[in-house]
Design a protein around this ligand. Structure first.
Ligand SMILES: *[C@@H]1O[C@H](CO)[C@@H](O)[C@H](O)[C@H]1NC(C)=O
Length: 513
């Protein structure tokens, strides 16, 4: 009898030690020095070959078209701030399609955050096993999400909807998404957040330092029986019971990671005029809806390091680099970049006559197709509308088909018909070049006076001295409104989120040329 009681007490103690009562978190920040590499590469979806569309990739340099086992651990450098994080994080490039002539120009990344959320749970949260491959979102779809404009990570609350765009504006009149939009001809607003929704918004994101942002949540329950490689089946979303997010039995509860990619869209403000119907941004796969936003992850974490961060760190938005105890320490060489594993025949710098991979633009009635049925990721045809079609037709007839990238980086000197063959330009020329942020709005130091929703909703606290702690995490606050489990986290998140633009300014992030 006594032995039984002792055993029970021991298990209760173990449970108590492992479980989490409230959300803790730390943000891994990539500060605007560009991607570690980029290109039509995706070792999860298209191993050993060119991917259908262009990605930007952060993390360890053991990345390539093939990543097997724990190969990322052998990276000799990473652009993550934590030395022992050699994971890769990637997402599709966003392009600006010029409404006047249809050409495509890469939107520079402003910066990227990866939130590591340690959610309230009865489970023990463990490290990602090295080599774990995850993909979230559907690159093929052009259809609106079944859940609508909001975000939903709880399988019991409806269809999972893990991707959104966030676009803070100084005014939401007119709204970023048409009222009552069903997604067939425009995006859908998040019912809890005027500044967020499913699909690209119809108006420029005009608040200082907060350009268009792709938001992508990953599931946090790994099934070891399915294994590291089977990215289609190896992850599940936790269910919520009494405020705890618990994994199905047999699964390992890993951190909930959430990507924010801030794209420097204000750079293109002068090139388009909002009309409440069209917007000029497309994903690298040709999706002009944004519904196919997606992201990939392969873990290259040293397990002890991440486990220590899970168990001991709750620095929130200040940044993971301020965690009190990080085995291996901080990354002292942030200058980690590699040439793209896929060398394109033509330049990738815009304006381009076609997207890399020659992906046709589709969705919202372009190509007569709002359903997405014609939106193959690797289609070879080019049925886009308007002048771009003519331009590309010329380039194609000039023989560029085999290159699959009808680039015209020498646009000043070449007519489209001359663009085609034998002009070999890799990514080496841009190695180490950070995207320009010089064209972002200047009025930064006084964020609270700009009248944004963010400022209006949230109290201001003095800026911390350290770090470019820039974040608009209020979308996560929104998530809390659809998922009661996050209610406690809400206040915590809010508390972290202030004065950040002032900090940003001070750190020299904006206005740099
Ligand atoms: C398209 O317009 C952009 C500027 O709006 C310009 O830089 C580019 O050269 C033009 N391309 C063609 C093919 O007309």
């Amino acid at each position: 009898m006594r032995a039984t009681i002792t055993t029970v007490l021991a298990s209760i103690a173990t449970l108590a030690a492992a479980a989490q009562n409230e959300r803790t978190f730390a943000v891994l920040r990539f500060d605007g020095d560009g991607f570690m590499t980029e290109g039509r590469v995706d070792p999860i979806i298209n191993p050993g070959t060119a991917a259908s569309h262009f990605h930007g990739i952060m993390g360890g340099n053991a990345f390539g078209t093939i990543v097997v086992g724990d190969q990322l651990l052998s990276s000799t450098c990473t652009n993550a701030k934590i030395k022992n994080d050699k994971s890769n994080y990637w997402a599709p490039q966003v392009y600006f399609q010029d409404p006047k002539n249809g050409t495509f120009t890469k939107v520079p990344l402003f910066y990227m955050n990866v939130y590591y959320f340690f959610e309230p749970t009865d489970d023990e949260i463990k490290s990602f096993p090295p080599g774990l491959k995850m993909v979230v979102g559907d690159a093929k779809t052009r259809d609106p999400p079944a859940f609508g404009g909001g975000s939903n990570l709880n399988p019991d609350s409806g269809p999972i909807q893990p991707v959104q765009f966030t676009c803070p504006r100084t005014s939401y009149n007119p709204p970023s998404y048409p009222a009552d939009s069903d997604g067939s001809m425009a995006g859908m607003q998040d019912p809890h957040n005027q500044g967020a929704g499913a699909g690209f918004p119809l108006y420029p994101c005009d608040t200082s330092g907060a350009p268009l942002r792709a938001d992508i949540h990953f599931p946090s329950c790994y099934n070891p029986e399915v294994g590291l490689e089977d990215y289609k089946n190896n992850m599940a979303w936790p269910t919520v019971t009494n405020g705890k997010q618990n994994c199905p039995s047999g699964h390992i509860h890993v951190p909930h990671i959430f990507f924010e990619l801030y794209w420097n869209t204000p750079k293109f403000d002068h090139l388009w005029t909002p009309d409440g119907k069209n917007q000029p941004f497309v994903l690298a796969n040709g999706d002009r809806t944004g519904f196919s936003s997606h992201a990939d992850f392969i873990s290259g974490w040293d397990e002890t390091t991440l486990k220590t961060i899970i168990d001991t760190c709750n620095v929130g938005s200040i940044g993971m680099q301020t965690c009190p105890d990080i085995p291996g320490g901080l990354n002292t060489d942030m200058n980690c970049k590699i040439d793209s594993p896929i060398v394109e025949t033509l330049s990738l710098e815009g304006p381009l006559l076609a997207l890399p991979g020659n992906n046709p633009v589709s969705g919202w009635g372009v190509n007569g197709d709002s359903s997405g049925s014609g939106s193959s990721d690797d289609a070879g045809s080019y049925p886009a509308s308007g002048t771009v079609q003519q331009s590309t037709a010329k380039a194609t007839s000039a023989g560029s088909q085999a290159t699959s990238n009808t680039a015209i980086s020498d646009a000043q000197t070449s007519s489209p018909a001359e663009v085609s063959v034998g002009h070999s330009v890799g990514l080496g020329g841009q190695k180490g070049k950070a995207p320009s942020t010089s064209e972002l709005p200047e009025a930064v130091g006084n964020y609270a006076t700009t009248g944004t929703v963010v400022a209006a909703d949230q109290p201001s606290i003095p800026a911390a001295a350290n770090g470019p702690a820039v974040s608009t995490v209020w979308d996560i606050v929104t998530v809390t409104q659809t998922q009661t489990v996050y209610a406690e986290a809400s206040a915590h998140v809010k508390r972290q989120n202030h004065g950040h633009l002032a900090r940003h300014r001070r750190s020299g992030h904006l206005g740099r040329s």
